[in-house]
Design a binder for this molecule. Sequence first.
Ligand SMILES: NC(=O)c1ccc[n+]([C@@H]2O[C@H](COP(=O)([O-])OP(=O)(O)OC[C@H]3O[C@@H](n4cnc5c(N)ncnc54)[C@H](OP(=O)(O)O)[C@@H]3O)[C@@H](O)[C@H]2O)c1
Length: 331
Amino acid sequence: MRVLVLGGTNFVGRSVVGEALGRGDEVTTLNRGVSGAPPEGVRRIQADRRDPRAVEVALGADEWDAVIDTWSMEPAAVRESARLLSGRVGHYGYVSSRSVYRWPLPVGLDENAPVVDSDPGSTDHADYAAAKRGAELAVLECFDGRALLARAGLVLGPYEDVGRLPWWLGRISRGGRVLAPGPADRRLQYIDARDLARWMLDAAERGASGAFNAVSRPGHTTIGELLEACNDVVGRNAELAWRSPEAIEAAGLSGWTQLPIWVPPNGEMAGLHDGDVSAAHAAGLSCRPVRDTVADTWSWLREEGFPEPRADRPPLGLDPDVERELLDARH
Ligand SMILES: NC(=O)c1ccc[n+]([C@@H]2O[C@H](COP(=O)([O-])OP(=O)(O)OC[C@H]3O[C@@H](n4cnc5c(N)ncnc54)[C@H](OP(=O)(O)O)[C@@H]3O)[C@@H](O)[C@H]2O)c1
């Protein structure tokens, strides 16, 4: 296929580019050229997506079989790209998010759950859920029946610049007693960016369309398996000290941010790791074992170093003093 990747130099986009090259696709990336360069063999075009005229000039009169769009900011930029591409691209894959659903996400949430209200012409991206939903609507305006809306949940894997799995790998590699949020058999749901990329490219090739929740099946792994896999790949320096959700709550710690990836089994975030993803799996999504994701992420971190924390995200991870205090608490 001739594939146009909008973005392509950060986490998910970089994985799309890597997978597409691996399968012999002809790849073009469009970005500003600020966040890094795509690998050899990729045709690069540059434009700021907030400048429709610049995008129009950069796209020229070229045609592609598929576009994969990683944009997460204002829907108006997606609307503009979709409009410019509608007559000369067969398929639009949009990397969306399960954030489009109304909060809180119930256990078992599927694609029929209500989504947030949004405007596909909005130039605002302060509200992430509305921005993602607005972008979906913008894609559908020109590509209904030819668009895959991949509503990803937690995305992990090499190039993860959000820093969730890198935080655990960094902490566990420092060794000692590591606060591990239990129970160890707490199920996790996530997607390796490379599996997401492969599935989106397959869908583009088949012309599959629709909105799908795209993560592993519930129970694909557990927090225990994930942290043990981290300990294995870094050389087993750490002792995982498991603490109950009640002890974590009593200490005032927040899942997801202070303890990345993990969320308590009860409460309004409980559904985050227990969604219904049968539709995407029936449509060909398959997820590699957690050990591969962890090992490959560690290899990438050792090769390229830990990514700078993203300015557009709250800081992640647990302060070492807070961790020690909780580990030393008698109960
Ligand atoms: N991380 C998660 O757990 C998670 C979960 C669900 C969904 N998602 C979705 O996954 C996607 C993540 O995508 P990602 O990691 O590939 O990248 P990203 O960090 O969202 O996007 C950055 C890419 O877009 C380009 N870009 C940024 N501003 C631009 C502009 N004004 N004009 C043109 N290009 C611009 C960047 O290159 P330049 O800077 O060089 O322009 C870079 O290639 C997002 O859509 C997010 O909503 C993530």
